[in-house]
Design a protein around this ligand. Sequence first.
Ligand code: FMN
Length: 203
Amino acid sequence: MTKETNLISKIANTDFPIHNIIARRWSARAFSTKTVEKSKLLSILEAARWAPSSRNEQPWRYIVFTDDNPEKIEKARSVLLEINNYAKLAPILICAITKKTYSDNGVYNKLHFHDLGAANENMFLESFNQGLIMHEMGGFDREKAREVFSIPDDYEIGIMIAIGYQDSHEILPERFKDKINSPRERKPLSEIAFLEEIGNGLI
Ligand SMILES: Cc1cc2nc3c(=O)[nH]c(=O)nc-3n(C[C@H](O)[C@H](O)[C@H](O)COP(=O)(O)O)c2cc1C
């Protein structure tokens, strides 16, 4: 963990070299209320657009709320669970949804959620590339979201996303402030990658 001024960066402590932007991405929570430039938001959404997807269906859809329209973003904030209250300061909230069927034949697309995740990760990396932070949240009221955002039945609701500039971690609730110095952790490669059969360590 390094501190530049009072901002936190939690660079991954990798066992093997990886691209800097992947190592730098992390799920920060201290959102500044500072408005994000529209050009940055567009670059982040453009990054999602270029994700790969099954049969190039591009099932991802993003319902974007910004501090440009305080009334609407307040509605978006209202679907978040209390545990995610930190994200209510963010000037951008996005509801990420995904189309369940292929558009050309109406057949169920069992990879729709996979492809949404790929596009979201592109957004995550581009957010950091733009000098912003992003947080993905599964903790929200999905039924309320379907109603508030008028989401059609053919779309599955994925996650809520908060994007903004980083503020000092001092603004965080105690339960997150306490954990701010703990390193980011991952399972070792030997537990997730196998040579030829599950359990047979690659390294
Ligand atoms: C699909 C998904 C849902 C998540 N939901 C929440 C959430 O509701 N609240 C939260 O604080 N963090 C949430 N997170 C963040 C994870 O806890 C975080 O990605 C994980 O601990 C790894 O940390 P890192 O992203 O900093 O590497 C979510 C992440 C993902 C990918």
